[in-house]
Every structure is written in structure tokens, then in C-alpha cells.
Design a protein around this ligand. Structure first.
Ligand SMILES: Cc1cc2nc3c(=O)[nH]c(=O)nc-3n(C[C@H](O)[C@H](O)[C@H](O)COP(=O)(O)OP(=O)(O)OC[C@H]3O[C@@H](n4cnc5c(N)ncnc54)[C@H](O)[C@@H]3O)c2cc1C
Length: 253
């Protein structure tokens, strides 16, 4: 019985479904949020991702993974895509896709890099670049449902690269249980006290949680960023079983 239920669930997640683009919202000069309508979407958890498949008129197909950016909401899902230079799929989704276009999606995928509202322990979110997407889904999922305190540390190159900037600022202003810290590597806003630079030990000490608080840590971004942050967290005494990572390396198939 349980076996049948599991295999039924796997079949649902492995099925490619048509997804119609309902809305494309620019987030930065090179990143957009796409709202897709997916009939019979089974629902998802914050942190999970989907595979998106494009098919050219000659039958050529390309599939890439994209994190779900918002909590489960019926048959609508949101992804936020950062265009990478010469990117086959991200270039199309950010630059060319039009409302009414159909792509295919499969998922939801992933069971470890997820946050559930019933988790009451403090949460540390550490993002590099577009790695903020699944962490934003966690922040949005927490809204009004959970009082678990969240701290987000978000590393970007320049202020123009901050995805969800206005919403994050507003949420942090209105919600005493959420702090948001931006770190800049190449250019910072005027009067930014922290010198430019990659995320380091001092940043995790200043803006994260001490290990004694036993936070669950979610780290997402480019592979070298994720590995560095995970190593620093271990060095600071965080238990490896409470460090969950998602690497946004190339995901072509
Ligand atoms: C689990 C998972 C979740 C992901 N979620 C998101 C998300 O929410 N938003 C998002 O924008 N991306 C996300 N990605 C990355 C995404 O799947 C693609 O890798 C990315 O969009 C590039 O695909 P492309 O077809 O445009 O580039 P390609 O045509 O595959 O590659 C073009 C060039 O870019 C390089 N490249 C490929 N991928 C990346 C990358 N991720 N970073 C930097 N350079 C790259 C390639 O080496 C190549 O030189 C996720 C990846 C994984 C594995």
C-alpha cells in the first residue's frame, strides 16, 4: 500500500506538464519572475525546485532546474530566473518568453532543502546571487504562519543585483522576527559601512546566529559560494546535520 502510494507520488513528480506563462515581472536588469499556470499541480514546499523544459520547432529540447519562489498556491507557481551570459534556457525565459507561451515543468523536486512552517527553531538563510530564490520562498511561507526567527544574509555584486530588494526591506521593517543583511562584493550603496568583499567569518558572526542557538542553516548559490559558507559554519561550531545546501551549478540535461 505504502509502496504504491510512494510510486504514485514519484510518477506525479516525474510527469512533464504543460505550463502557460501568465506573467513575467522584471526583478533586476537581468532577472525576472515568471508566474506559470500548471494544471493539476500537486503542490510544493518552500525550498523545492522544478525542472523546466523547452522544445524548439525542430524538436530540440533543453531542460534546467529552477527553484520555486513562492509558497504553494493552487495551480500557479512562480520561478525567478537570472540570465547567465550565453545561457540557452535562462536567456529565453528572461528575455524572450511572452505571456501565453507554453513550456513544460516537472516536479516538485527535492526533499531535504525544504523548510516547513512546523519547524520552530531559528533559521539562518545565506544566499549568493540567484540563490536567494528558494530562501525567499521560505521567508514568504513563514509569513503569518510561523514565529520562527529568520536571519537572511544575502551576498550580491552590486545594489542593482539585489533580487526582491523592496519586498525584503519591507518585510524586515514590518516583521521583528526577520532580519535582512545585504553584503556587496563589487559596489555598495553610499554610506555602506562594511567594506566590499566576499562573505567571510566575520559576516556570519555579526549577522547570523551563534551555533549555541542551534539554528537550521540553508545555504544556496553558486557551488564555490555554498562550499565556502558551509565550511565556515562548521568552523563556527554549527552541527553539519543542521546545514542544508543547494548548489546552483549548471543543471543541463
Ligand atoms: C537545484 C537547482 C535550482 C536552481 N534554481 C535556479 C533559480 O531559482 N534561478 C536561476 O536563475 N537559476 C537556477 N538554477 C540554475 C539553472 O538551472 C541554470 O543552470 C541556469 O539558468 C543556466 O542555464 P542556461 O541554459 O541559461 O545556461 P547554459 O546554456 O546551460 O550555460 C551557459 C553558460 O553559463 C554557464 N552556467 C550555467 N549555469 C550556470 C549557473 N547556474 N551560474 C553561472 N553560470 C552558469 C555555463 O557553464 C555556460 O558557460 C538552479 C540550478 C539547480 C541545480
Amino acid at each position: 500500500m505504502a509502496r504504491a502510494a510512494i510510486s504514485g507520488g514519484l510518477k506525479v513528480r516525474r510527469t512533464w506538464r504543460p505550463a502557460v506563462l501568465l506573467e513575467r515581472r522584471p526583478e533586476t536588469a537581468s532577472a525576472s519572475t515568471l508566474v506559470l499556470d500548471v494544471p493539476e499541480w500537486p503542490g510544493h514546499l518552500a525550498g523545492q525546485h522544478v525542472d523546466v523544459r523547452l522544445t524548439a520547432p525542430d524538436g530540440y529540447q533543453a531542460a534546467r532546474s529552477y527553484s520555486l519562489a513562492a509558497p504553494s498556491d493552487g495551480e500557479q507557481i512562480e520561478i525567478t530566473v537570472q540570465a547567465v551570459p550565453d545561457g540557452e534556457v535562462s536567456g529565453y525565459l528572461v528575455g524572450d518568453a511572452r505571456v501565453g507561451d507554453t513550456v513544460e515543468v516537472r516536479g516538485p523536486v527535492g526533499g531535504w532543502f525544504v523548510w516547513k512552517p512546523e519547524q520552530s527553531s531559528p533559521v539562518l538563510l545565506v544566499a549568493g546571487g540567484s540563490g536567494v530564490v528558494p530562501l525567499m520562498a521560505m521567508i514568504r511561507s513563514r509569513d503569518g504562519i510561523s514565529s520562527a526567527p529568520f536571519r537572511l544574509i544575502y551576498s550580491v555584486r552590486t545594489p542593482e543585483d539585489r533580487i526582491y530588494h523592496d519586498e525584503l526591506r519591507q518585510r524586515a521593517t514590518e516583521d521583528g522576527g526577520l532580519t535582512v543583511t545585504f553584503l556587496y562584493t563589487r559596489a555598495a550603496p553610499e554610506h555602506e559601512p562594511r567594506p566590499l568583499g566576499r562573505l567571510g567569518l566575520d559576516d556570519l558572526v555579526s549577522y547570523g546566529w551563534p551555533a549555541e542557538v542551534e539554528p537550521t542553516c540553508y545555504v544556496c548559490g553558486p557551488t564555490p559560494f555554498v562550499e565556502t559558507v558551509a565550511d565556515l559554519l562548521i568552523f563556527l561550531g554549527h552541527d553539519s546535520t543542521r546545514i542544508r545546501t543547494e548548489r546552483f551549478g549548471p543543471s543541463g540535461s
